[in-house]
Design a protein around this ligand. Structure first.
Ligand code: GSH
Length: 227
């Protein structure tokens, strides 16, 4: 089995964390990225998005693409520990939070905050902190308060179980943190505590180390703006 996609992609990270939680092993090709696709990548994923997964690397026609599809596949492949609630309503809630994280949260974090900083630095320009700050405020007005309330004072988004909902949200929030926009404790205490609870997990800590090492190696100076 081979997983494709740059480690700073929150969607790749989602698949990596689910695999780590379940002890699933795979080969990893970190090269395909929106900053540069590897030759022939579109034969694996015609949508040209990461992550992509080949259950059998010798058969590039038979891919499973999209983080949600890959994570659901991993759940069937290795059911324990389960990352999807069994009970119907809880299952639906977990999928809803995953969907909100993968769509609106991803778009606002990625386009609004991460790219103005990271893609500017990658292009050899100064970080566009002004655009990123506006992006962060837009996020902090509606979506982060919604997630803060949904979490309430619980440890996890759905019941008392660490699930795909927690992974989907935290993998996006990690890209805020990486470009200097941590969650302000006074505005989002529940989400901040949730984020810290997540990153302390053995399945997640290595991702953070790898991502920080990547940024350090690139020599990017990232200013801490919030949190
Ligand atoms: N719904 C997809 C979204 C994947 C996605 O958008 N990945 C980004 C990287 S973070 C990408 O490949 N973007 C392609 C581009 O910007 O050209 C998933 O869950 O895997």
């Amino acid at each position: 089995m081979k997983l494709f996609g740059a480690p700073l992609s929150p969607f790749v990270r989602k698949a990596v964390i689910v695999a780590a939680e379940k002890g699933i092993e795979y080969e990893y090709d970190p090269r395909p990225s929106p900053l540069g696709w590897t030759e022939g990548f579109e034969e694996i994923n015609p949508l040209k998005r990461i992550p992509a997964l080949l259950p059998d690397p010798s058969n590039p026609d038979y891919a499973i693409n999209d983080s949600s599809a890959i994570c659901a596949y991993f759940e069937k492949l290795q059911p324990e520990p389960s990352l999807y609630p069994q009970e119907a309503e809880a299952h639906g809630r977990a999928l809803w939070i995953e969907e909100a994280a993968d769509t609106d949260l991803a778009n606002r974090v990625g386009m609004g905050v991460f790219r103005p900083v990271f893609f500017s630095l990658a292009a050899g320009k100064p970080a566009d902190t002004e655009t990123a700050s506006k992006g962060f405020e837009a996020l902090a007005e509606v979506l982060l308060p919604y997630l803060e309330n949904q979490l309430g004072d619980g440890d996890w988004f759905v019941g008392d179980m660490f699930s795909i909902a927690d992974i989907a949200v935290m993998t996006q929030l990690m890209n805020l943190d990486l470009v200097g926009f941590g969650l302000p404790q006074e505005r989002f205490p529940n989400l901040r505590a949730h984020y810290e609870r997540c990153i302390a997990r053995p399945s997640i800590a290595p991702c953070i180390e790898q991502n920080n090492a990547f940024i350090e190696k690139a020599g990017f100076q990232i200013e801490r703006v919030t949190g």
